[in-house]
Design a protein around this ligand. Structure first.
Ligand SMILES: C[S@@+](CC[C@H](N)C(=O)[O-])C[C@H]1O[C@@H](n2cnc3c(N)ncnc32)[C@H](O)[C@@H]1O
Length: 236
C-alpha cells in the first residue's frame, strides 16, 4: 500500500499490536511499510486464521493471541504502534475497542486505522458494498459480530474522540482490478455462492438466496470495483 509506505518508511514500528488481525494480513502490510519493527502481536476473537498466519510468519517475531478487542489484557502504554484494519465494523463497541487501543499505546505512539467506507461510492463500488453487506447478514445469521460499513465521517469522529495529539487521513482506492473483468466478476459471484452455502441450514437462507441472485446479476450488469478505504495515521 503506497500511502502507508510513503508515510511510515522512515519510522520504526517498534512493538506493534494489530487488533482484529485474522491471519495477520495487515501485520504484513505494516512490516513492509515500516523501516523496521521489534515485535508484532495480532489479536482476534477467533483463531480461525491463526494457523495460516503462524505459517506465514514462521521464524519472525509475530505472535497471535485470542483476545477481545474491547477488553485488551495488556498493560497501559505497552505498545509503540496499535492498528486495526477492517475491524472497526466488527467490534460490538467501537468506542470501547478504541479506548482500549489508546490505553495500551505509549505516549507518542502511532494509532493506525484502515477501514472500508460507505457513502460517495461509484455504482461499481456499490456492488462491493452490497457484497459486504450480504456478508454482514450471513455472519449475523451465524451469530457473529459484524456491522454495516461506516461513513468516512463516522470513522473520523471516532478518531477525533480518541484525543490523539495529531492525525492525518487519506482515501485509498484499489486500482488493481478492472471493474468489468469477467474472471474477477466470476470470482465475486463464487464468494456470494460460498457465503450462501455456509448458511443453507439456517432460517435466513431462503430470503438471502433471493438477494444473492440479485447481487450476482448486478455484478454482471454494472461491474464490480472495491469500495474506498480510509487510512488514518495518528500520534498519541
Ligand atoms: C474482516 S476481518 C479483518 C481482517 C484483517 N485485519 C485484514 O485487514 O485483512 C475482521 C476480524 O474481526 C474479528 N473480530 C470480530 N469481533 C472481534 C472482537 N470483539 N475482538 C477482536 N476481533 C474481533 C473477526 O474474528 C475477524 O477476524
Amino acid at each position: 500500500m503506497d500511502i502507508l509506505k510513503s508515510k511510515l518508511k522512515e519510522l520504526s514500528g517498534g512493538k506493534i499490536l494489530d487488533v482484529a488481525t485474522q491471519g495477520g494480513s495487515f501485520v504484513d502490510d505494516m512490516k513492509s511499510a515500516f523501516k523496521d519493527y521489534d515485535k508484532a502481536i495480532g489479536i482476534d476473537i477467533s483463531d480461525k486464521k491463526f494457523d495460516e498466519g503462524r505459517q506465514k510468519f514462521a521464524g519472525e517475531p509475530v505472535e497471535f493471541i485470542v483476545m477481545d478487542g474491547c477488553n485488551l489484557t495488556f498493560d497501559d502504554e505497552s505498545f509503540d504502534t496499535v492498528s486495526i484494519s477492517n475491524g472497526m465494523h466488527h467490534m460490538p463497541d467501537i468506542g470501547k475497542a478504541f479506548a482500549e487501543m489508546y490505553r495500551v499505546l505509549k505516549p507518542g505512539g502511532l494509532f493506525i486505522i484502515y477501514e472500508v467506507c460507505s457513502g460517495d461510492l461509484t455504482e461499481k463500488q456499490k456492488s462491493d458494498e452490497l457484497r459486504h453487506h450480504f456478508k454482514v447478514k450471513v455472519d449475523r445469521a451465524k451469530g457473529e459480530s459484524h456491522n454495516y460499513t461506516l461513513e468516512k465521517q463516522e470513522i473520523l469522529n471516532y478518531a477525533d474522540n480518541l484525543g490523539l495529539a495529531s492525525y492525518e487521513h487519506f482515501d485509498f482506492h484499489c486500482t488493481e482490478c478492472d471493474p468489468e473483468e469477467q474472471d474477477k466478476i466470476a470470482e465475486r459471484e463464487k464468494d456470494i455462492d460460498d457465503m450462501l452455502d455456509s448458511i443453507k441450514d439456517y432460517p435466513e437462507y431462503e430470503v438471502l438466496k433471493i438477494e444473492a441472485k440479485q447481487i450476482k446479476q448486478r455484478f454482471r450488469d454494472i461491474g464490480y470495483e472495491c469500495a474506498t478505504n480510509l487510512i488514518v495515521i495518528g500520534r498519541k
